[in-house]
Design a protein around this ligand. Structure first.
Ligand code: NAG
Ligand code: NAG
Ligand code: NAG
Length: 346
């Protein structure tokens, strides 16, 4: 045990040394940009759209407002595992946006109950002593999504240059977004990757959280009031070697006030990842608070179904042997040109 503690200290020291010099924060960029949060929340809300044509052509009900004019480049549907993600180009931000959908579980209640028992059962590759939950890890790394997302980013960068990449997602989609952002930085060596998630669960232990902070020092996890999911899997502070630990930085959205003077604040939390004065200061007992963020619905249009809906018979797509679907187009093509375009992801 003595030796183990020493090793842990050495790992942390290494992390500290590695981390210094990677602090991107400057006087000009705030830690948290609430306009950006609203924008990314709208992108995240849209990924729950069931009709793939509407989503791909950015004509869905939730496509518009702050995300007006967005161009989807790659839409990936892993049918077997019921997962969905898209990559596209936001000209107003001059950035690629990558969005992961949360669970389509028939019962969100059951999915949440399962979260209590998730084990830290996988060593994160290349990060000694960093442990994560294999299910969250695999949902990104071991499905169609990783290839599709990387392809989409590559295509966007070929046409639009070395643009920044913003990765986002809600709930389980936030967990996948986190693994994606880390993957892009660590394994693909991409720079300028931003991560902002909404209502995500914990995904790894404290050592993992330290590595994470090191590679993605500006990551933001938005949590909403009493949302239960950020409280899971549980944090056991008296059991530091075994417990899950959030990476920083949390921004806790909650209401304050007395009587009828009530307003919502977005509280920027400390760098520990587990700020006791943020969401951890209240009990996570609300599912309702999980499915709406910043006034934007994060609810699936048709939760519990993984069926593919398209209103458009001219839509062509590529399907692999597992039944996964990729809708893909050349960046820069306008929506009007889409239907006559060559769709195949050649
Ligand atoms: C906040 O984000 C919005 C939307 O991306 C951007 O237009 C604005 O410049 C950002 N503000 C700051 C201070 O960075
Ligand atoms: C990924 O998938 C392969 C093949 O299905 C499997 O052998 C492997 O254990 C999976 N990895 C994880 C981390 O689940
Ligand atoms: C944060 O929480 C601690 C107790 O956990 C308390 O003593 C302290 O006053 C709080 N700080 C703020 C700024 O609320």
């Amino acid at each position: 045990m003595e030796r183990r503690g020493w090793l842990q200290a050495a790992v942390l020291l290494c992390l500290l040394l590695l981390c210094s010099g990677r602090e991107f924060k400057t006087e000009h960029t705030p830690i948290y940009n609430s306009t950006l949060a609203r924008t990314l929340a709208e992108y995240t809300s849209a990924v729950y759209t069931a009709d793939l044509t509407q989503l791909f052509t950015w004509t869905c009900e939730r496509c518009g407002d702050l995300t007006e004019g967005f161009e989807v480049i790659e839409l990936i549907v892993d049918v077997k595992n019921c997962l969905q993600a898209y990559v596209g180009f936001a000209s107003d931000m001059n950035a690629a946006v990558v969005v992961f959908r949360g669970t389509q579980h028939t019962s969100i209640q059951n999915w949440i109950e399962d979260l209590f028992w998730k084990q830290l059962d996988l060593d994160y590759p290349g990060m000694p002593q960093a442990k994560v939950h294999s299910g969250f890890y695999s949902a990104y790394h071991n499905t169609t999504l990783r290839n599709g997302v990387v392809n989409g980013i590559q295509k966007a960068r070929e046409v639009y240059g070395n643009i920044p990449i913003m990765v986002t997602g809600h709930s389980m989609g936030g967990a996948m977004a986190s693994f994606c952002a880390l993957d892009l930085v660590v394994n693909y060596g991409l720079n300028d990757v931003t991560l902002m998630t909404f209502g995500q669960p914990r995904i790894g232990n404290a050592v993992f959280a330290s590595y994470f902070k090191c590679h993605l020092p500006n990551a933001i996890r938005v949590t909403n009031d009493h949302d239960i999911v950020p409280h899971l899997p549980p944090y056991y502070h008296y059991f530091p070697q075994k417990t899950y630990h959030h990476f920083p930085r949390e921004v806790w959205v909650h209401t304050v006030g007395v009587g009828n003077i009530v307003y919502s604040i977005e509280q920027i939390c400390d760098e520990s990842g587990e700020d006791p004065n943020c969401s951890r200061s209240v009990s996570g007992n609300s599912v309702q608070d999980h499915i709406e963020y910043l006034g934007i619905s994060m609810h699936g249009e048709s939760p519990g179904t993984c069926r593919i809906v398209t209103a458009d018979s001219t839509l062509q797509y590529k399907m692999d042997k597992d039944g996964s679907i990729v809708l893909s187009k050349k960046p820069g093509l306008s929506v009007d040109q889409l239907h006559s375009a060559h769709w195949a992801n050649s």
